[in-house]
Design a protein around this ligand. Structure first.
Ligand code: PHE
Length: 480
Protein backbone atom coordinates (compact mmCIF):
# COMPACT_ATOMS: atom_id res chain seq x y z
CA UNK A 1 0.00 0.00 0.00
CA UNK A 2 2.98 2.34 0.53
CA UNK A 3 4.02 2.70 -3.09
CA UNK A 4 0.70 3.90 -4.52
CA UNK A 5 0.54 6.55 -1.79
CA UNK A 6 4.03 7.77 -2.63
CA UNK A 7 3.23 7.80 -6.34
CA UNK A 8 0.03 9.66 -5.75
CA UNK A 9 1.86 12.24 -3.63
CA UNK A 10 4.46 12.69 -6.35
CA UNK A 11 1.75 13.19 -8.93
CA UNK A 12 0.06 15.81 -6.79
CA UNK A 13 3.36 17.62 -6.25
CA UNK A 14 4.10 17.59 -9.96
CA UNK A 15 0.66 19.00 -10.73
CA UNK A 16 1.17 21.75 -8.18
CA UNK A 17 4.57 22.60 -9.62
CA UNK A 18 3.03 23.00 -13.06
CA UNK A 19 0.30 25.21 -11.66
CA UNK A 20 2.80 27.45 -9.91
CA UNK A 21 4.90 27.71 -13.05
CA UNK A 22 1.87 28.72 -15.09
CA UNK A 23 0.84 31.34 -12.56
CA UNK A 24 4.29 32.83 -12.58
CA UNK A 25 4.28 33.11 -16.31
CA UNK A 26 0.87 34.67 -16.46
CA UNK A 27 1.61 37.27 -13.84
CA UNK A 28 -2.03 38.01 -13.29
CA UNK A 29 -2.88 41.56 -12.22
CA UNK A 30 -3.73 42.07 -8.56
CA UNK A 31 -7.20 40.79 -7.85
CA UNK A 32 -9.57 42.66 -5.60
CA UNK A 33 -9.74 39.95 -2.98
CA UNK A 34 -8.58 39.99 0.61
CA UNK A 35 -5.75 37.71 -0.46
CA UNK A 36 -4.42 40.49 -2.66
CA UNK A 37 -3.87 42.64 0.34
CA UNK A 38 -0.58 41.02 0.87
CA UNK A 39 1.87 43.08 -1.16
CA UNK A 40 0.33 43.47 -4.59
CA UNK A 41 2.62 43.95 -7.55
CA UNK A 42 1.65 47.59 -7.24
CA UNK A 43 3.12 47.87 -3.79
CA UNK A 44 5.86 45.31 -3.61
CA UNK A 45 9.50 46.19 -3.91
CA UNK A 46 11.03 45.51 -7.33
CA UNK A 47 13.02 42.43 -6.48
CA UNK A 48 10.00 40.61 -5.12
CA UNK A 49 7.62 41.18 -7.97
CA UNK A 50 8.63 41.96 -11.50
CA UNK A 51 6.34 44.37 -13.29
CA UNK A 52 3.70 42.77 -15.45
CA UNK A 53 4.11 43.54 -19.13
CA UNK A 54 0.84 45.32 -19.48
CA UNK A 55 0.98 47.31 -16.29
CA UNK A 56 0.43 51.04 -16.32
CA UNK A 57 3.36 53.30 -16.75
CA UNK A 58 3.64 55.84 -13.98
CA UNK A 59 2.59 58.73 -16.15
CA UNK A 60 -0.46 56.84 -17.26
CA UNK A 61 -1.45 55.94 -13.83
CA UNK A 62 -3.10 59.16 -12.92
CA UNK A 63 -6.07 58.07 -14.91
CA UNK A 64 -9.36 59.70 -14.25
CA UNK A 65 -12.27 57.50 -13.62
CA UNK A 66 -15.72 58.94 -13.80
CA UNK A 67 -18.47 58.52 -11.31
CA UNK A 68 -21.53 60.59 -10.74
CA UNK A 69 -21.00 63.20 -8.13
CA UNK A 70 -23.76 62.91 -5.58
CA UNK A 71 -25.84 65.88 -4.65
CA UNK A 72 -22.92 66.79 -2.46
CA UNK A 73 -20.48 69.62 -2.18
CA UNK A 74 -19.96 72.14 -4.89
CA UNK A 75 -16.43 70.90 -5.08
CA UNK A 76 -17.88 67.78 -6.62
CA UNK A 77 -20.89 69.03 -8.48
CA UNK A 78 -20.50 68.99 -12.20
CA UNK A 79 -17.50 66.77 -11.88
CA UNK A 80 -18.74 64.16 -14.32
CA UNK A 81 -18.43 66.48 -17.36
CA UNK A 82 -15.16 67.82 -16.03
CA UNK A 83 -13.85 64.32 -15.80
CA UNK A 84 -15.00 63.46 -19.29
CA UNK A 85 -13.19 66.54 -20.51
CA UNK A 86 -10.07 65.78 -18.54
CA UNK A 87 -10.09 62.26 -19.88
CA UNK A 88 -10.33 63.52 -23.40
CA UNK A 89 -7.59 66.05 -22.75
CA UNK A 90 -5.30 63.48 -21.24
CA UNK A 91 -5.84 60.94 -23.91
CA UNK A 92 -6.54 58.51 -21.11
CA UNK A 93 -8.06 55.42 -22.60
CA UNK A 94 -11.51 54.48 -21.43
CA UNK A 95 -10.63 50.86 -20.91
CA UNK A 96 -8.03 51.73 -18.31
CA UNK A 97 -9.17 50.17 -15.09
CA UNK A 98 -10.11 52.42 -12.22
CA UNK A 99 -7.44 52.34 -9.58
CA UNK A 100 -9.04 51.67 -6.25
CA UNK A 101 -8.89 53.32 -2.90
CA UNK A 102 -8.09 50.75 -0.26
CA UNK A 103 -9.76 50.30 3.07
CA UNK A 104 -7.53 50.03 6.10
CA UNK A 105 -7.38 46.25 5.66
CA UNK A 106 -5.90 46.77 2.23
CA UNK A 107 -9.02 45.68 0.39
CA UNK A 108 -9.86 47.64 -2.74
CA UNK A 109 -12.90 49.60 -1.87
CA UNK A 110 -16.12 50.22 -3.70
CA UNK A 111 -17.11 53.59 -2.36
CA UNK A 112 -20.85 53.86 -1.83
CA UNK A 113 -22.64 55.91 -4.47
CA UNK A 114 -24.26 58.04 -1.83
CA UNK A 115 -20.89 59.37 -0.80
CA UNK A 116 -18.91 61.86 -2.72
CA UNK A 117 -16.32 59.67 -4.25
CA UNK A 118 -12.79 60.60 -5.03
CA UNK A 119 -13.06 59.92 -8.72
CA UNK A 120 -9.42 60.29 -9.30
CA UNK A 121 -7.08 57.91 -7.63
CA UNK A 122 -3.42 57.65 -8.31
CA UNK A 123 -2.23 54.12 -8.14
CA UNK A 124 0.82 52.62 -6.86
CA UNK A 125 2.26 51.50 -10.13
CA UNK A 126 3.81 48.26 -11.10
CA UNK A 127 7.11 49.90 -11.91
CA UNK A 128 8.49 50.58 -8.47
CA UNK A 129 12.03 51.11 -9.69
CA UNK A 130 10.90 54.12 -11.73
CA UNK A 131 8.37 55.26 -9.21
CA UNK A 132 8.39 57.10 -5.96
CA UNK A 133 5.51 55.82 -3.90
CA UNK A 134 3.84 58.18 -1.43
CA UNK A 135 1.11 57.18 0.99
CA UNK A 136 -2.13 58.92 1.80
CA UNK A 137 -4.74 58.25 4.47
CA UNK A 138 -8.03 60.11 4.40
CA UNK A 139 -11.73 60.02 5.19
CA UNK A 140 -12.99 59.27 1.70
CA UNK A 141 -16.20 57.93 3.16
CA UNK A 142 -17.97 58.41 6.48
CA UNK A 143 -19.25 61.41 8.39
CA UNK A 144 -16.48 63.79 7.26
CA UNK A 145 -16.11 62.50 3.72
CA UNK A 146 -15.72 65.93 2.13
CA UNK A 147 -12.49 66.37 4.13
CA UNK A 148 -10.93 63.30 2.57
CA UNK A 149 -12.28 63.86 -0.92
CA UNK A 150 -11.17 67.50 -1.15
CA UNK A 151 -7.74 66.64 0.23
CA UNK A 152 -7.42 63.78 -2.26
CA UNK A 153 -8.20 66.12 -5.13
CA UNK A 154 -5.68 68.71 -3.98
CA UNK A 155 -2.96 66.09 -3.55
CA UNK A 156 -3.68 64.62 -6.91
CA UNK A 157 -3.49 67.94 -8.67
CA UNK A 158 -0.03 68.56 -7.20
CA UNK A 159 1.19 65.08 -8.13
CA UNK A 160 -0.07 65.43 -11.67
CA UNK A 161 1.73 68.74 -12.04
CA UNK A 162 4.95 67.22 -10.76
CA UNK A 163 4.69 64.22 -13.05
CA UNK A 164 3.93 66.42 -16.05
CA UNK A 165 7.06 68.38 -15.21
CA UNK A 166 9.11 65.18 -15.30
CA UNK A 167 8.70 63.77 -11.81
CA UNK A 168 11.20 63.80 -9.00
CA UNK A 169 14.79 62.58 -9.24
CA UNK A 170 13.95 61.01 -12.59
CA UNK A 171 11.07 59.04 -11.12
CA UNK A 172 7.35 59.44 -11.47
CA UNK A 173 5.28 59.90 -8.35
CA UNK A 174 2.44 57.64 -7.37
CA UNK A 175 0.21 57.61 -4.33
CA UNK A 176 -1.22 54.69 -2.44
CA UNK A 177 -4.52 55.84 -0.94
CA UNK A 178 -6.31 54.32 2.03
CA UNK A 179 -9.76 55.32 3.22
CA UNK A 180 -10.06 55.39 7.02
CA UNK A 181 -13.78 56.27 7.06
CA UNK A 182 -12.91 59.08 9.45
CA UNK A 183 -11.99 56.65 12.25
CA UNK A 184 -8.74 56.80 14.25
CA UNK A 185 -8.46 52.98 14.53
CA UNK A 186 -8.74 52.64 10.77
CA UNK A 187 -6.23 55.43 10.24
CA UNK A 188 -3.75 53.62 12.48
CA UNK A 189 -4.14 50.38 10.54
CA UNK A 190 -3.83 52.15 7.22
CA UNK A 191 -0.62 53.90 8.19
CA UNK A 192 0.86 50.62 9.39
CA UNK A 193 0.07 49.14 6.01
CA UNK A 194 1.70 52.06 4.22
CA UNK A 195 4.83 51.61 6.28
CA UNK A 196 5.26 47.85 6.47
CA UNK A 197 3.69 46.69 3.24
CA UNK A 198 3.73 49.51 0.72
CA UNK A 199 7.03 50.92 2.01
CA UNK A 200 6.16 54.47 1.06
CA UNK A 201 8.76 57.22 1.25
CA UNK A 202 6.43 59.59 3.08
CA UNK A 203 2.85 59.88 4.25
CA UNK A 204 0.29 62.58 3.59
CA UNK A 205 -2.68 62.92 5.97
CA UNK A 206 -4.90 63.06 7.88
CA UNK A 207 -7.30 65.97 8.21
CA UNK A 208 -8.98 65.36 11.57
CA UNK A 209 -6.49 65.76 14.41
CA UNK A 210 -7.65 62.63 16.25
CA UNK A 211 -6.90 60.57 13.14
CA UNK A 212 -3.54 62.23 12.58
CA UNK A 213 -2.63 61.55 16.19
CA UNK A 214 -3.30 57.84 15.68
CA UNK A 215 -1.10 57.87 12.58
CA UNK A 216 1.70 60.08 13.85
CA UNK A 217 2.68 57.67 16.58
CA UNK A 218 3.28 54.89 14.04
CA UNK A 219 5.03 57.06 11.46
CA UNK A 220 7.31 58.45 14.13
CA UNK A 221 8.14 54.99 15.49
CA UNK A 222 8.98 53.77 11.99
CA UNK A 223 10.94 56.87 11.01
CA UNK A 224 8.73 57.57 8.01
CA UNK A 225 8.07 61.29 7.49
CA UNK A 226 4.43 62.34 7.70
CA UNK A 227 2.93 65.66 6.67
CA UNK A 228 -0.57 66.48 7.75
CA UNK A 229 -2.09 69.09 5.48
CA UNK A 230 -4.67 70.36 7.91
CA UNK A 231 -4.61 68.89 11.42
CA UNK A 232 -4.32 71.85 13.75
CA UNK A 233 -4.12 70.27 17.22
CA UNK A 234 -0.64 70.99 18.63
CA UNK A 235 -0.09 67.46 19.93
CA UNK A 236 0.06 65.99 16.41
CA UNK A 237 3.53 67.29 15.59
CA UNK A 238 4.61 66.83 19.20
CA UNK A 239 4.64 63.09 18.46
CA UNK A 240 8.15 63.55 17.15
CA UNK A 241 10.60 64.93 14.64
CA UNK A 242 9.16 62.95 11.71
CA UNK A 243 5.77 64.65 11.93
CA UNK A 244 5.07 67.92 10.11
CA UNK A 245 2.13 70.10 9.17
CA UNK A 246 1.66 72.84 6.58
CA UNK A 247 -1.08 74.68 8.50
CA UNK A 248 -1.26 76.84 11.63
CA UNK A 249 -2.05 75.34 15.02
CA UNK A 250 -5.07 75.76 17.31
CA UNK A 251 -3.48 77.96 19.96
CA UNK A 252 -3.39 80.54 17.16
CA UNK A 253 -6.76 79.63 15.66
CA UNK A 254 -8.48 79.86 19.06
CA UNK A 255 -6.84 83.20 19.74
CA UNK A 256 -8.00 84.53 16.37
CA UNK A 257 -11.66 83.83 17.10
CA UNK A 258 -11.46 85.11 20.67
CA UNK A 259 -9.98 88.35 19.38
CA UNK A 260 -12.61 88.62 16.67
CA UNK A 261 -15.41 87.96 19.18
CA UNK A 262 -14.11 90.65 21.52
CA UNK A 263 -13.01 93.30 19.05
CA UNK A 264 -15.31 92.89 16.08
CA UNK A 265 -18.44 91.34 17.56
CA UNK A 266 -17.95 93.23 20.84
CA UNK A 267 -19.10 90.11 22.69
CA UNK A 268 -18.73 90.05 26.46
CA UNK A 269 -20.53 86.79 27.12
CA UNK A 270 -20.05 83.68 25.03
CA UNK A 271 -21.11 80.04 25.42
CA UNK A 272 -19.11 77.13 24.03
CA UNK A 273 -20.30 73.80 22.68
CA UNK A 274 -17.58 71.20 22.05
CA UNK A 275 -17.30 67.72 20.56
CA UNK A 276 -15.94 65.56 23.37
CA UNK A 277 -14.76 62.90 20.94
CA UNK A 278 -12.46 65.20 19.00
CA UNK A 279 -9.02 66.31 20.14
CA UNK A 280 -9.41 69.21 17.73
CA UNK A 281 -12.70 70.44 19.20
CA UNK A 282 -11.77 70.16 22.86
CA UNK A 283 -8.35 71.69 22.22
CA UNK A 284 -9.80 74.64 20.36
CA UNK A 285 -12.45 75.20 23.01
CA UNK A 286 -9.75 75.29 25.70
CA UNK A 287 -7.69 77.87 23.85
CA UNK A 288 -10.68 80.02 23.00
CA UNK A 289 -11.88 79.93 26.59
CA UNK A 290 -8.51 80.97 27.93
CA UNK A 291 -7.90 83.73 25.41
CA UNK A 292 -11.41 85.10 25.59
CA UNK A 293 -11.13 85.37 29.38
CA UNK A 294 -7.69 86.99 29.08
CA UNK A 295 -9.27 89.60 26.83
CA UNK A 296 -11.86 90.36 29.48
CA UNK A 297 -14.74 88.24 28.17
CA UNK A 298 -16.80 85.71 30.10
CA UNK A 299 -17.66 82.14 29.15
CA UNK A 300 -21.19 81.65 30.48
CA UNK A 301 -21.42 77.91 29.96
CA UNK A 302 -19.42 75.06 28.36
CA UNK A 303 -21.54 72.31 26.84
CA UNK A 304 -20.48 69.07 25.14
CA UNK A 305 -21.69 66.48 22.63
CA UNK A 306 -20.21 63.45 20.91
CA UNK A 307 -19.70 63.49 17.17
CA UNK A 308 -22.54 61.78 15.37
CA UNK A 309 -25.15 62.88 17.94
CA UNK A 310 -28.35 64.07 16.33
CA UNK A 311 -30.14 65.87 19.15
CA UNK A 312 -28.42 68.87 20.66
CA UNK A 313 -31.54 70.50 22.14
CA UNK A 314 -30.72 69.82 25.77
CA UNK A 315 -27.35 71.61 25.51
CA UNK A 316 -28.80 74.41 23.42
CA UNK A 317 -31.58 74.95 25.92
CA UNK A 318 -29.03 75.41 28.71
CA UNK A 319 -27.07 77.78 26.50
CA UNK A 320 -30.18 79.82 25.71
CA UNK A 321 -30.89 80.32 29.41
CA UNK A 322 -27.43 81.80 29.90
CA UNK A 323 -28.12 84.53 27.30
CA UNK A 324 -24.78 84.52 25.50
CA UNK A 325 -24.07 87.06 22.75
CA UNK A 326 -22.45 84.39 20.60
CA UNK A 327 -21.79 80.63 20.76
CA UNK A 328 -18.43 79.06 19.93
CA UNK A 329 -18.96 75.66 18.25
CA UNK A 330 -15.60 74.37 17.01
CA UNK A 331 -16.85 71.05 15.64
CA UNK A 332 -16.96 69.41 12.22
CA UNK A 333 -19.46 70.49 9.57
CA UNK A 334 -21.67 67.44 9.79
CA UNK A 335 -22.55 68.11 13.44
CA UNK A 336 -22.42 71.91 13.23
CA UNK A 337 -25.00 71.97 10.43
CA UNK A 338 -27.51 70.16 12.63
CA UNK A 339 -26.59 72.19 15.71
CA UNK A 340 -27.22 75.45 13.83
CA UNK A 341 -30.65 74.36 12.69
CA UNK A 342 -31.71 73.20 16.15
CA UNK A 343 -30.38 76.39 17.74
CA UNK A 344 -32.56 78.50 15.45
CA UNK A 345 -35.57 76.26 16.08
CA UNK A 346 -35.13 76.90 19.79
CA UNK A 347 -35.06 80.64 19.18
CA UNK A 348 -31.32 81.13 19.65
CA UNK A 349 -30.59 83.90 17.17
CA UNK A 350 -27.07 84.98 18.19
CA UNK A 351 -24.15 84.31 15.81
CA UNK A 352 -22.37 80.98 16.01
CA UNK A 353 -18.60 81.00 15.71
CA UNK A 354 -16.39 78.14 14.66
CA UNK A 355 -13.07 76.99 13.27
CA UNK A 356 -11.77 75.36 10.12
CA UNK A 357 -13.82 72.22 10.81
CA UNK A 358 -16.84 74.05 9.40
CA UNK A 359 -15.32 74.14 5.96
CA UNK A 360 -17.52 72.03 3.71
CA UNK A 361 -20.23 72.71 1.18
CA UNK A 362 -22.23 70.12 3.06
CA UNK A 363 -22.46 72.52 5.96
CA UNK A 364 -24.98 74.58 4.05
CA UNK A 365 -26.98 71.59 2.92
CA UNK A 366 -27.42 70.66 6.56
CA UNK A 367 -27.85 74.14 8.02
CA UNK A 368 -29.88 75.82 5.30
CA UNK A 369 -29.84 79.50 6.23
CA UNK A 370 -29.42 78.80 9.93
CA UNK A 371 -25.79 79.94 9.83
CA UNK A 372 -26.39 83.29 8.18
CA UNK A 373 -24.60 85.90 10.24
CA UNK A 374 -22.17 83.37 11.71
CA UNK A 375 -18.36 83.38 11.46
CA UNK A 376 -15.52 80.91 11.32
CA UNK A 377 -11.76 80.95 11.03
CA UNK A 378 -10.11 79.19 8.12
CA UNK A 379 -6.85 78.70 6.26
CA UNK A 380 -7.66 80.28 2.97
CA UNK A 381 -10.23 82.21 1.02
CA UNK A 382 -10.89 81.59 -2.66
CA UNK A 383 -11.49 85.34 -2.92
CA UNK A 384 -7.76 85.93 -2.53
CA UNK A 385 -6.73 87.70 -5.77
CA UNK A 386 -3.15 86.34 -5.62
CA UNK A 387 -2.18 84.99 -9.02
CA UNK A 388 -1.08 81.54 -7.89
CA UNK A 389 -4.22 81.13 -5.81
CA UNK A 390 -6.44 82.02 -8.76
CA UNK A 391 -4.50 79.67 -11.04
CA UNK A 392 -4.95 76.86 -8.53
CA UNK A 393 -8.68 77.56 -8.39
CA UNK A 394 -8.92 77.55 -12.17
CA UNK A 395 -7.01 74.26 -12.52
CA UNK A 396 -9.00 72.69 -9.71
CA UNK A 397 -12.30 73.72 -11.25
CA UNK A 398 -11.24 72.31 -14.60
CA UNK A 399 -10.38 68.98 -13.01
CA UNK A 400 -13.09 68.62 -10.38
CA UNK A 401 -15.80 71.10 -11.28
CA UNK A 402 -16.03 73.20 -8.13
CA UNK A 403 -14.28 75.83 -6.07
CA UNK A 404 -11.61 74.21 -3.90
CA UNK A 405 -12.13 74.46 -0.15
CA UNK A 406 -9.31 74.87 2.40
CA UNK A 407 -8.81 71.11 2.58
CA UNK A 408 -8.12 70.96 -1.13
CA UNK A 409 -5.76 73.94 -0.90
CA UNK A 410 -3.86 72.44 2.03
CA UNK A 411 -3.76 68.98 0.44
CA UNK A 412 -2.22 70.61 -2.60
CA UNK A 413 0.27 72.55 -0.48
CA UNK A 414 1.25 69.49 1.59
CA UNK A 415 1.94 67.50 -1.55
CA UNK A 416 3.91 70.40 -3.06
CA UNK A 417 6.04 70.72 0.06
CA UNK A 418 6.61 66.96 0.02
CA UNK A 419 7.61 67.00 -3.64
CA UNK A 420 10.01 69.91 -3.18
CA UNK A 421 11.59 68.14 -0.20
CA UNK A 422 11.97 64.87 -2.09
CA UNK A 423 13.66 66.79 -4.89
CA UNK A 424 16.09 68.48 -2.46
CA UNK A 425 16.69 65.43 -0.29
CA UNK A 426 20.15 63.90 -0.73
CA UNK A 427 18.57 60.44 -0.91
CA UNK A 428 15.23 58.80 -0.28
CA UNK A 429 15.89 57.45 3.20
CA UNK A 430 13.58 58.48 6.04
CA UNK A 431 16.19 60.61 7.83
CA UNK A 432 17.22 62.46 4.65
CA UNK A 433 13.66 63.16 3.55
CA UNK A 434 12.80 64.27 7.09
CA UNK A 435 15.74 66.64 7.07
CA UNK A 436 14.71 68.10 3.71
CA UNK A 437 11.11 68.69 4.84
CA UNK A 438 12.34 70.34 8.04
CA UNK A 439 14.23 72.87 5.93
CA UNK A 440 11.09 74.12 4.20
CA UNK A 441 11.23 77.90 4.16
CA UNK A 442 9.05 80.53 2.61
CA UNK A 443 7.40 77.99 0.36
CA UNK A 444 4.71 79.74 -1.70
CA UNK A 445 1.59 77.72 -0.87
CA UNK A 446 -1.90 78.53 -2.14
CA UNK A 447 -3.02 78.67 1.50
CA UNK A 448 -0.19 81.03 2.45
CA UNK A 449 3.58 80.92 2.62
CA UNK A 450 4.98 77.98 4.52
CA UNK A 451 7.98 78.17 6.79
CA UNK A 452 8.27 75.24 9.15
CA UNK A 453 9.34 76.24 12.64
CA UNK A 454 11.37 74.20 15.12
CA UNK A 455 8.23 72.37 16.17
CA UNK A 456 7.53 71.42 12.53
CA UNK A 457 4.47 73.65 12.34
CA UNK A 458 3.73 76.32 9.76
CA UNK A 459 3.19 79.84 11.05
CA UNK A 460 0.56 81.53 8.89
CA UNK A 461 -2.25 84.05 9.05
CA UNK A 462 -5.86 82.95 9.45
CA UNK A 463 -8.84 84.16 7.46
CA UNK A 464 -12.16 85.02 9.10
CA UNK A 465 -15.13 84.14 6.93
CA UNK A 466 -18.73 85.27 7.36
CA UNK A 467 -21.71 83.25 6.25
CA UNK A 468 -24.47 85.05 4.38
CA UNK A 469 -27.20 83.48 2.25
CA UNK A 470 -25.65 80.07 2.65
CA UNK A 471 -22.28 81.26 1.29
CA UNK A 472 -18.99 82.26 2.84
CA UNK A 473 -17.53 85.72 2.39
CA UNK A 474 -14.03 86.79 3.30
CA UNK A 475 -14.05 89.29 6.20
CA UNK A 476 -10.50 89.78 7.38
CA UNK A 477 -7.08 88.23 7.86
CA UNK A 478 -5.51 87.94 11.29
CA UNK A 479 -1.73 87.62 11.42
CA UNK A 480 0.14 85.59 13.98
N1 PHE B 1 -8.12 71.39 11.72
C1 PHE B 1 -9.04 70.30 11.77
C2 PHE B 1 -8.50 69.27 12.75
O1 PHE B 1 -7.40 69.35 13.15
C3 PHE B 1 -9.26 69.67 10.43
C4 PHE B 1 -9.74 70.60 9.35
C5 PHE B 1 -8.86 71.45 8.68
C6 PHE B 1 -11.06 70.62 8.95
C7 PHE B 1 -9.30 72.31 7.69
C8 PHE B 1 -11.49 71.47 7.96
C9 PHE B 1 -10.61 72.34 7.34
O2 PHE B 1 -9.18 68.34 13.13
Amino acid sequence: MRRPVVLLSLAVLAALAVLVAVREEEQPPPTPTPAAMAPTPAAAPPEETPAPEDSLLPDQVDSLTGSEASSGSSARSGSAPAIAEANAGNGVKDEQPAVPVYDSQGKPEELPQAQDKGEVILAATAHPENTLLLGEVGSLTGAQATFGVSTRNGIELAIKEANTAGGVKGKKLAVRVYDDQGKPEEAAQAVTRLITQDKVVLILGEVASSNSLAMAEKAQAAGVPMITPSSTNPSVTQKGEYIFRVCFIDPFQGFVMAKFARENLKANQVATLQDNKSAYSTGLTDVFTQKFAEMGGKIVTTQSYSQGDTDFRAQLTVIKKMKPQAIYVPGYYNDVGVIARQARELGLTVPLMGGDGWDSEKLFELAGNALDGSYFSNHYSPENPDEKVQKFIKDYKAAYGGVPDALAALGYDAAKVAIAALERSKDLSGPSVREAIAQTQDFPGVAGNITLDNNRNAVKPAAILKIANGKTRFVTTINP
